[in-house]
Design a protein around this ligand. Structure first.
Ligand SMILES: [Zn+2]
Length: 109
C-alpha cells in the first residue's frame, strides 16, 4: 500500500514542478492595463461615440460613475482588450455585477 503513496507523491511533485511563478511583466500587464495610453485613448473614443449613459440600466449624470465595459471580458479574451467593437458603456454597479460571467451585448442595434 505504501507504493501507492510514493507514486502519488512523485506525481504531485512532478506536477508542481510544471507550475511557473507569474512573470513580473505578466503581472504588470494585468495591473497597468487601465493606465495605458492605448486603453485611455480607446476608452475616450467609446465614451465620445456612445455617450455617458449606462447601456444596461440607463443611469447617467452627476454621481454616476461610468465605465467602459469589455463585452467579452478581458480576463477571458485578452486579444479583444483593445477592440473597439468589444466595448460598451456601463455604470460601475452594472459592470461589477456583470463581472466576467456575462457576455450580453447591451449596445443598441
Ligand atoms: Zn448601470
Amino acid at each position: 500500500m505504501i507504493w501507492l503513496w510514493v507514486i502519488t507523491a512523485l506525481l504531485i511533485t512532478s506536477e508542481l514542478q510544471k507550475i511557473e511563478p507569474a512573470k513580473p511583466e505578466t503581472i504588470a500587464k494585468k495591473t497597468n492595463f487601465y493606465s495605458t495610453w492605448a486603453w485611455r485613448k480607446l476608452r475616450y473614443k467609446a465614451i465620445k461615440h456612445y455617450g455617458g449613459t449606462c447601456m444596461i440600466c440607463g443611469a447617467s449624470g452627476q454621481g454616476v460613475v461610468i465605465s467602459v465595459d469589455h463585452i467579452k471580458p478581458r480576463s477571458l479574451y485578452p486579444e479583444l482588450a483593445l477592440d473597439f467593437d468589444n466595448l460598451q458603456i456601463a455604470c460601475m454597479p452594472c459592470n461589477m455585477g456583470k463581472s466576467n460571467i456575462d457576455f450580453t451585448d447591451w449596445r443598441q442595434p
